[in-house]
Design a binder for this molecule. Sequence first.
Ligand code: FES
Ligand code: FES
Length: 181
Amino acid sequence: MSRMTVNDRPVEFDLDPRMPLLYALREAMNLTGTKACGGGDCGGACMVLVDGVALRSCRITLAEAEGRIITTIEGLSSDRSHPVQQAMVAQGAIQCGYCTPGIVIAAAALIQRNPAPTLEDIAGAIPNICRCGVYPRLIRAVEQAGRVAQRQERISAAPAPGISAEDAAKAVPALRVPAAE
Ligand code: FES
Ligand code: FES
């Protein structure tokens, strides 16, 4: 049994403790906002906060996550009002749904510890591989989010989503392998 806190809720996973945290979050908790290449190759679509540090959940086992506080993209804010989420919308930095959750998590961790990051800080903190060329807008979004976090700037709130993260996950559940008959 692996015990930890996920998005402010205490949870117990009755799973192999060698299982990557990624699969427990997606398959057992249906937290499908955390994306996966499955092999550690995408640079961080699977990023989650572990005790406030952005880590690749495909590289952490349940045993290693024991007792930690985990925050997924669904738990970052209840209404997607986190400065990084708002700045990503304001800067038009959201491209594909595959990369964006991990990028937001990595950026949130960065501005939490360093709200005025340099270009090098941003490049070092966000290792996600993105092929759509969003990087210039992404850099502007992270810089803006840092200013918002320090209350130096305000962003007009993006429209509230039409569906809660929890309901969205129910509507599009994680893929499950059918049990053998
Ligand atoms: S799933 Fe791609 S790096 Fe973790
Ligand atoms: S955001 Fe996914 S390829 Fe650029």
